[in-house]
Design a protein. Sequence first.
Length: 113
Amino acid sequence: QVLLVESGGGLVQPGGSLRLSCTYSGSLFGLSSMDWYRQAPGKEREWVARITRSSTAAYVESVQGRFTISRDNTKNTIYLQMSSLKPEDTAVYYCNTVPPSVWGQGTQVTVSS
């Protein structure tokens, strides 16, 4: 069974940076594309970024140029490096496989002065 654990969230000032991590427990990590999502209070869950098994990346337009997704197959981990953070980036961030499997608990990112 797949288990996903997100970490690295926190409180950061506008313009700051954070790096999120997502560790995948399962045997097929290296064969899986992985996504980051986020859900802001009162809003639908939103897709943020994808990394394929060959490390090709894609992003939602609102984070293009500010966020970078990466993966380390030796650690069954994906990362989301977030820079130039804005208050509208405040959300709980989740990772998942493609297609989605079970959801983890997420990690809270709050951008505020």
